[in-house]
Design a protein around this ligand. Sequence first.
Ligand SMILES: Cc1cc2nc3c(=O)[nH]c(=O)nc-3n(C[C@H](O)[C@H](O)[C@H](O)COP(=O)(O)OP(=O)(O)OC[C@H]3O[C@@H](n4cnc5c(N)ncnc54)[C@H](O)[C@@H]3O)c2cc1C
Length: 470
Amino acid sequence: LKTIAPPPESPPELSVRLRRRLGELAGPGGLLTEPADCWPYGYDNSRRQALPQAVFFATGSEQVRELVRLCYGERINLIARGRGTGTTGATVPDRGGVVVSFERMNRILAIEPDDRLAVVEPGVTNEALQQAVGQRGFFWPPDPTSAAVCTVGGNLAHNSAGPRAVKYGTPRENTLGLRAITGDGREIRTGVRTTKGVVGLDLTRLLIGSEGTLGLITEATLRLTPLPEATRTLQAAYGDMHAAAAAVAAIMAQPVTPCALEFMDGAAISLVRDYAGLELPAEAGALLMIEVDGPAACIDQALDAVRAAATVTGLLECRAATTAAELARLWKARKSLSPALRKIAPKKINEDVAVPVSRMPAFLAQLQELGRQYRITIVNFGHAGNGNIHVNLLVNPDDPAELERAEACLGAVFDRVLALGGTLSGEHGVGLAKRPYVDREIGPEALALMHGIRRQFDPAGILNPGKSLP
Ligand SMILES: Cc1cc2nc3c(=O)[nH]c(=O)nc-3n(C[C@H](O)[C@H](O)[C@H](O)COP(=O)(O)OP(=O)(O)OC[C@H]3O[C@@H](n4cnc5c(N)ncnc54)[C@H](O)[C@@H]3O)c2cc1C
């Protein structure tokens, strides 16, 4: 872990009076102030870590409102935290402050099939939500690979998604309304309970993706989708990633939208081939996992349509996963990639850029060229249907020259992405990690407007300061 020392001006300890008031508000067992207890709440999956001044376990909306009012009065920073699985340092209290953990605020308040919605507290895990709504015949489309542990609050604050986003969208398309507390302790309710609504400005979509800088989300009304009747999965192996990228563009240009269109390059395949027992041609240099879903009566035609589109020059083999075991192997391979890479390269630089699907072949060719130019091994996989590629730069942490080359290579990768009309982050967000690059993508006028909006929500700048915007 990389420990970030708090800046000298931040108070090392909260005053006795404030600690007492926080303790009263939190109730028994609801506040941590000992450094040894607080450290575990000061890190995330970016492997950055800083010591919070206290950890407050939220249990209800009114209580959170009182907490914010108290900290607003004292100008104490508040950093919302789900389960710390974010990859950009967005929950790391690098400027000191109280970490507000939502892990105990994890109730599902309502599931209403007729209105296709669920009302939840932010600390419920994505998986617990899917299990509960699944029993009623529904799912919530955002499906990060970390679903077993990450929270809906974290999903909303990062606009996190996963394989299904290609067909069903991200939290922004699947959230009807929010309850949140602004940085000066105002409670706001945004959005609607209907699938249409145009009254006022869309604060729901503004809060989603704001990384805890505009408000603390205390409740969410989520839009549910009925579970599909049938699903089919294809595994398509290609000689190289250019052929696979061309297939992705062809699949996305025809009418049947797959519910997952995942991509692995040759280096990624070699990492998981044996581990997951993947049966692939020896010369496979890229793999697509293509899933379609829908009514049972039409599923075979849907499968035929995507199979036809996937059949481009360079295709080595395309076969349907017919058994549950085969399907499980395929998804295991895909989902084990990130942890497997972390094992061999603990200091890997893990990006999640997105480019328009039609430009993926050009982008992947440029990545290969950059890898050669900077002498960095680059492994790519990701949600190809959204043009969202996890670009992993493998670096040896004990080799300062290599680290320097990797940083330079990363800057060049971002420049290529933007030149192709892409974005620096498809789903992981900005946090601390990508903040220095944000002004390459967003112009000064738009950035100034964003800072102004932020001040409206958080006049004293106490909500997760220093994150997301440069
Ligand atoms: C193995 C692994 C796989 C992953 N796969 C994916 C993937 O497929 N797709 C993807 O998009 N991401 C993925 N991630 C990243 C991560 O899981 C997501 O960003 C996730 O949504 C974070 O949820 P969390 O509960 O851990 O939030 P945290 O990391 O605790 O917080 C994330 C952000 O949300 C804010 N926040 C949390 N709760 C609230 C709240 N109630 N109100 C306001 N702000 C809040 C925090 O301040 C922070 O800015 C993966 C991570 C890992 C470790």
